[in-house]
Design a binder for this molecule. Structure first.
Ligand code: NDP
Length: 504
């Protein structure tokens, strides 16, 4: 019988390692010798194992799988991966919490990131959404401040409810997302039981160059399931990694989670006269205005073999769009299109696109970018590194990138002035969509959290709940033992007056 050949243990440059248990020393016990290159290499590499943590979405879990087209959407987009019924495209998905650090609990009340990379034959398309259809703010200039308030107090390094609610109560457009965050959907039972939403509106365009505005929805086939506040709190203690484990174990058992993918579509004419600002990420498009149209189905059927290689190094950007898709003028989207790749360059280096999980699979990447840290392919060999050239280098695609969008106006920092109302959609959610049981859990969740902020901040925030619905505001006020007359008075003021009245 042939003996199985043993694998040789080598250093990083292939030289055999003779002993991995005993440091080389001068005599015994030591001192240790600098010439023990194996020890030096091993410790030095270990010292550099951690890369910068993502500033948001640090804690996550991921899996591979496929997307399959189930319905014809060629009327709306010329994207090749959506061009034929039954066509499959490989995907890699990453789900995450937002505010917590890499070691934080999966069950915290927080939006969940929902990112999917599609390795298409026209390059990578990244869907970079959340499990909520709206966001807290509509201007990227506010984003770093908003995130600071969700993280830790600069002095104590503790979570601080004053920071959290001070900012939100000064930012009235957040009320829709705050209502969703404090509803049952703020604590999904695991990543398998939640939907994903693009939030932003995108442009899709077809072969004829006709364009449409589109929002994208991933609806879980497992059904929506959430924890109550008490269940989530218990899970934070008992198994802080439960959602990471749930995704991994389900796939390992062969129970592959799946999502149905839909779009909502509006024509440019419809958007022009729409009662809401169609590019405002604090608003949904009500289903009655733009019904869901089916597109396809995503199935996750492959666990990563190595967490760091695939999940930690995965890098998504809402700007990674393929022909047939383009950005909208949503300012938050525009800010993210800069900020995501910039964060990846900081975290992973300028050549992060060469990491296997991030590199395009369906197409050969060919351009004139060269060098930089960790250039780990052939760096385009001897091919020309400038354009234009007469040495057979790659040439730009002959068609324009996407249909031109007409814009006009003067450059200025425009104060948001669309007449739409920040309270109308959360009013629908609170008053019509939620059951009485959901409403009472929502109130309980808010009272529990807001109750730890200063009273003047509680008053300012409760006035916003009152603006949504007097029942909503009154119940929060009662839960916090606030003076209802004072809340009502604040609710009737303008935001400027309310802020003045509730500042220290
Ligand atoms: P519909 O009356 O057609 O349906 C209500 C939708 O609300 C459901 O389809 C479900 O979305 C979602 N929903 C149910 N419970 C909750 C909850 N506790 N927290 C958050 N969302 C919940 O809705 P409309 O389109 O007329 O919108 C009414 C309100 O519903 C909106 O103002 C918005 O707050 C909320 N909503 C709307 C969505 C949209 O894209 N139109 C998406 C999600 C919420 P789903 O089917 O996506 O699970």
């Amino acid at each position: 019988m042939q003996e199985k050949k043993k694998k040789v243990f080598t250093g990083n440059f292939g030289v055999p390692v003779h002993d991995d248990q005993n440091t080389m020393t001068a005599g015994s016990p030591g001192p240790a010798l600098l010439q023990d290159v194996h020890l030096v290499e091993k410790l030095a590499h270990f010292d550099r194992e951690r890369i910068p943590e993502r500033v948001v979405h640090a804690k996550g879990a991921g899996a591979g799988g496929f997307f399959e087209v189930t319905d014809d959407v060629t009327e709306y987009t010329k994207a090749k991966f959506l061009s034929e019924l039954g066509k499959r495209t490989e995907v890699f998905a990453r789900f995450s919490t937002v505010g917590g650090e890499k070691g934080s609990s999966d069950a915290e009340r927080d939006p969940r990131g929902f990112a999917v990379k599609f390795y298409t034959e026209e390059g990578n398309y990244d869907f970079v959404g959340n499990n909520t259809p709206v966001f807290f703010i509509r201007d990227p200039l506010k984003f770093p401040d908003f995130i600071h308030t969700q993280k830790r107090d600069p002095a104590t390094n503790l979570k601080n409810q004053d920071m959290f609610w001070d900012f939100l109560s000064l930012t009235a457009e957040s009320i829709h997302q705050v209502t969703i965050l404090f509803s049952d959907r703020g604590t999904p039972k695991s990543y398998r039981y939640m939907n994903g939403y693009s939030g932003h509106t995108f442009m899709w365009y077809n072969e004829r160059g006709e364009c449409f505005w589109v929002k994208i929805h991933f609806q879980t086939e497992q059904g929506i399931q959430n924890f109550t506040r008490e269940e989530a709190r218990r899970m934070c203690g008992e198994d802080p990694d439960h959602a990471t484990g749930d995704l991994y174990k389900a796939i390992a058992r062969g129970e592959y989670p799946a999502w149905r993918v839909y779009i909502q579509v509006m024509t440019p004419e419809e958007v022009e006269k729409y009662r809401f600002d169609s590019f405002d990420v604090t608003k949904v498009w009500p289903h009655g205005d733009a019904p869901l149209k089916p597109v396809g189905r995503m199935v996750l059927d492959r666990n990563p073999e190595n967490y760091f290689a695939e999940v930690e190094q995965a890098a998504f950007s809402p700007g990674n769009l393929v022909p047939g898709m383009a950005p909208s003028p949503d300012k938050m989207l525009q800010g993210r299109i800069f900020s995501y790749p910039d964060a990846h360059r900081h975290r992973l280096g300028p050549n992060y696109h060469l990491l296997p999980v991030n590199s395009a699979k369906g197409v050969k990447v060919s351009n004139y970018q060269r060098d930089g840290f960790m250039r780990c392919d052939g760096n385009a060999g001897s091919h020309p590194n400038y354009y234009p050239n007469t040495f057979d280098g790659p040439n730009p695609y002959p068609e324009p990138a996407y249909p031109a969008l007409k814009v006009s106006g003067k450059t200025r920092r425009y104060r948001y002035s669309h007449p739409n109302d920040d309270f109308a959609q959360p009013r629908e959610l609170y008053g019509r969509v939620m059951s009485e049981e959901s409403r009472s859990r929502l109130i309980g969740n808010i009272v529990d959290h807001l109750g730890r902020a200063k009273q003047r901040i509680q008053l300012r925030q409760t006035a916003l709940f009152y603006r949504v619905d007097p029942d909503y505001g009154s119940r929060v006020a009662r839960g916090l033992s606030l003076d209802l007359e004072e809340v009502r008075g604040l609710a009737e003021m303008t935001q400027e007056e309310r802020v003045k009245k509730t500042s220290q």
